[in-house]
Structure formats: C-alpha cells, structure tokens
Design a protein around this ligand. Structure first.
Ligand code: BES
Ligand code: MN
Ligand code: ZN
Length: 487
C-alpha cells in the first residue's frame, strides 16, 4: 500500500533531537568533525555516538551505510541511526543513505536530520525502500511510519518535494498493482481503477469487448476468450503539451496460466505479475499527471486473462490481428505478443505517435539471458535506446540493449499463415521482440522493454523490498523529462 508519501519538513532545531520519539537519523564521517545534529546527539548520549563513529565497525562501512544504537540513553528516541557519509557525498552515496533509512523503517516515526544535505535523493530512496505491501493482510496497517526531515532551509525544499511525492506515488502504485493477486485485480477492477484516474486530469477511455471486436483487435481478444473476465483496452492520456504524443504500451495479462499450452504448476502463482507492463504504464501516467509534465503522453494497456477453457484458443489456431496480419498460434503461452501486436497497432493507428515504447513481462528467456538485475532493451532507433539507457543509469535501474535482426525472422515464419507466435527456445527473447516489430510501422521509433526478470524479484534491492519493484517508472519519467518534455 502506498502511504505516507507526504513527509513533513521541519526547520533545523537541534532541541528536537532530545525529545523526538521513534528513530532519529544523523550523519557522520570518521575523518571529519561531527556535524551539528550528530554533535548534539553525542552530547545528549554522553559520548556514545562519538565512540560508535570511532569504532572498527563504523570504519568498515561504505558511504551511505549505517549502524544503529538501540534505546540510546539521554534521548527519547528508541533508536539512533548513524549514517556514514563523507562531507561532500556524491549522488550514489546519498541514495544509499536513503536506502539505509528506508530499509530500517518500521511503523515508528523517523526524523532525518538532513541539515544542509540535499533532501531529494535521500528522501526518495528512503520512501521507495520503505514500501511494504499490506493490502492482503486481515488487518492492514500503514506499510511504514511517517518520515520527517529537519532542514536548514525548509522553504526551498517544498517545490522539489511535490515532484518527489509524484514520483514515489507512481512507483508505489505500480508495485501495488503488481503485488495484487489475480482474484483481486481482474481486468474489470483494474479498468475501474484506471477510470478513477480521470480525477487526476488524465483523459481515460476503456474499450470493452464489443468495441475491440469492432476495431478488429482479434489477437488481443483471442488471448482472453477462455476467461470469464472480459478483455479490455484502457487508454490514459496526459496532454501536457501539443504535438504528436509519445505512446507507452503495456502488457496486462492479469494471470497467465499459459492457456491450453498450460504452464507447469510449480511457480505458476508468480504469473499474477504478468500485468507488470501495464502496471508500469499506469504508474508512469499517474506520475506524469502528478508532476504536471509538459509532455504529450498516451498510455495504452491491454487487459486480458489467459485461461484454459472450452472457449479458449488452441495451438494451431490462426487469428487475424488488427493490422491484417494472420498469426498462427503455435503456443497459447506466447500470449503477451498477441496482446501487444494489437495494442501497438491500435496506438499507431489512433495516435500517430512520435515514438512508441512497450513494456512487457514477455519471456522467460530474458531471465535466462540477463537475470533479475537488468531488463532487456530492444529498439529500432539508437538515439531512443541510448537516451533510455542513460536515463535508467541515472536513476539506478538496470537495463541492457539486446539485438534485433531480420535474420531472426526465419524462426517465426509460419507454414500456413503470415507469422507464428513462437519459435521455441533459441533466442526466445529476441524472436519475441522480432515478432513485435512486425506490428510497428516502418519509420516509427520504437523500443521494447522485456521486464520479465525485473518486475518482481525474490530478493530485496536498493530501491525495493522483495516482491514488486516498480522497475521502469523512474527511468521512463527521466526519459520523458530528458527527451519528450518542453522546457
Ligand atoms: N508471462 C510469460 C513470461 C514470463 C516468464 C514472465 C517468467 C515472468 C516470468 C510469457 O507469457 C510466456 O509464457 N512466455 C513463454 C514464451 C514461449 C512459450 C515462447 C516463455 O517465456 O516460456
Ligand atoms: Mn505466457
Ligand atoms: Zn505472459
């Protein structure tokens, strides 16, 4: 659950250190004199802080890491967290400091004595890392306690904090959506939630099955035809500028059983995250609206559920995509590319976008190739790919460029139709991307992000606890700011 995205900004008053309850965070560097907040905490604890900072353990910390004194005598607080930080920290050290704060955060309030340190990198990392998903507990609590920060110059912080809140809320929304189980977040409840985002100033349209049939999105509909949840296409439009929009297209498979080409049972529960591409799209659109980005961006998500059933599509079926291409369905588990084929085509037909970016938990093969630390980046446009890789590096989200090549088209030729949806194991992530490219108009800059490995992780990261990561929301926001926004 995303909560407490409105941290309190306090003036820098050292007396609060003695009386504040919960956890207090101060910064220190063994090589320099103690900064004022640490000095005050040291005085109140009768030298306990200075002894900790002079210890072997503290010397072993890298910048941004911390030790915590529990129930420090002389303070009302139950914990005093001391973060090692050089006097002139770089952005990475500041982010790491925020991560240390966020990881330690529980339900107690936390006061961060930032003094003159920049508030944005520290607080953003703390809020992102502190996230906890509580919605499925019988007694859901706020995921983490409130943060407040003490600043020397509090007025100056308020402007940057609005954008920070929007960014954190966008990432938290994406995680909430990915973490939500498939019986809770269905095509219908997801579409209803999206419809509610009209309040943020987004233009929202939801196409139902009749409208999709009418428009010819047979490939998308074929994936959902074995499910009792009706398939949908949702459009979220943030028109913060004139001109052709950037289109973001997300795979929203609410649950992927594989369909008639049923997946093995072990681990199948993970396929509740198969709407990760749609979740990033929706989180990003909320973010852009929240910070009133001066950009024209349209988000399009295809919402379906892939179930085996008497009405489900079969291996061997041939379907006509919206573009007119005939697709032979070799494997009903290669369903994401069917959804995207139509959602991508619809995006281009309807909006004539200046660029198209799709996100999808598309292949297990990208996990084999890159693991869980980096998403696969496929693009027909080097400038777009380079700009994205730069943006991802800037925000600390892993991404790696993968090849596209007409040579791979051989593998997806169909004997009886125009193209087939599966080429088996060799180069599985690339043949999937190559398939998608058949639904991109020549001349349209396009990038495909295969996020199967990064959307949900079994281990914690600097940004997030275990579970949904929200990968991509921040990188795409940074890309929009760098390349698609009027200044
Ligand atoms: N949703 C899966 C891909 C996936 C796998 C996402 C693991 C997250 C974790 C996708 O629909 C799928 O089933 N892909 C198949 C394609 C194959 C049948 C060509 C795959 O990767 O095995
Ligand atoms: Mn599948
Ligand atoms: Zn899938």
């Amino acid at each position: 659950m995303s909560l407490h995205t409105s941290p309190e900004i306090l003036p820098f008053e050292l007396d609060a250190i003695a009386t504040t309850e919960g956890r207090i965070v101060v910064f220190a560097d063994p090589e320099s004199p103690l900064p004022p907040a640490a000095r005050r905490a040291d005085k109140l604890t009768r030298g306990a802080l200075a002894r900790a900072v002079a210890s072997q353990g503290f010397a072993r910390l890298s910048p941004g890491e911390s030790i915590t004194l529990a129930w420090p005598g002389g303070l009302q607080a139950e914990a005093l967290q001391i973060i090692r930080l050089p006097r002139k920290p770089d952005a990475a050290a500041l982010r790491k400091a925020g991560t240390s704060i966020g990881r330690a955060q529980d339900r107690a309030p936390c006061l961060i004595c930032l003094d003159r340190l920049p508030v944005e990198p520290v607080l953003q990392a703390a809020l992102l890392r502190a996230y906890q998903y509580e919605a499925q507990k019988s007694d859901p609590k706020p995921g983490f306690g409130p943060f407040s920060v003490m600043l020397r110059n509090p007025e100056a912080a308020h402007a940057t904090l609005d954008d920070l809140r929007a960014r954190v809320a966008g990432v938290h929304l994406t995680r909430d959506l990915v973490n939500a189980p498939a019986n809770v977040l269905t095509t219908e409840s997801f579409a209803a939630q999206i419809a509610g985002m009209a309040d943020l100033g987004l233009g929202i349209e939801i196409l139902d099955e009749a409208a999709l049939e009418e428009a010819g999105l047979r490939a998308l509909l074929a994936v959902g035809q074995g499910s009792d949840s009706p398939s949908k296409l949702a459009i979220l439009h943030w028109q913060g500028a004139e001109g052709a929009p950037l289109a973001i297209v997300g795979k929203g498979v609410m649950f992927d059983t594989g369909g008639v080409s049923l997946k093995p049972g072990a681990g199948m529960e993970e396929m509740t995250m198969d709407m990760g591409g749609a979740a990033v799209t929706v989180g990003l659109m909320q973010l852009l609206a929240g910070r009133k980005a001066r950009a024209n961006v349209v988000g399009i998500v295809g919402l379906v559920e892939n179930m085996p059933d008497g009405r489900a599509q079969r291996p061997g079926d041939v379907i006509r995509a919206m573009s007119g291409k005939m697709i032979e369905v070799i494997n009903t588990d290669a369903e994401g590319r069917l959804v995207l084929a139509d959602a991508l085509w619809y995006a281009q037909e309807r909006f004539a976008p200046r660029a198209v970016i799709d996100l999808a938990t598309l292949t297990g093969a990208i996990i084999v190739a890159l693991g869980h630390g980096k998403a696969g980046v496929f693009a027909n446009d080097d400038a777009l790919a380079d700009a994205f890789l730069g943006a991802a590096a800037e925000v600390g989200e892993g991404a790696w460029r993968m090849p596209l090549d007409p040579a791979y088209d051989e593998l997806i030729k169909s004997r009886i139709a125009d193209i087939k949806n599966s080429a088996g194991r060799p180069a599985g992530a690339i043949t999937a991307a190559q398939f998608l490219q058949h639904f991109i108009r020549p001349g349209t800059p396009w990038m495909h992000l295969d996020i199967a490995g990064v959307a949900l992780t079994k281990t914690e990261s600097a940004h997030a606890p275990k579970g949904a990561s929200g990968w991509g929301v921040m990188a795409l926001d940074a890309l929009v700011a760098a390349r698609f926004e009027q200044r």
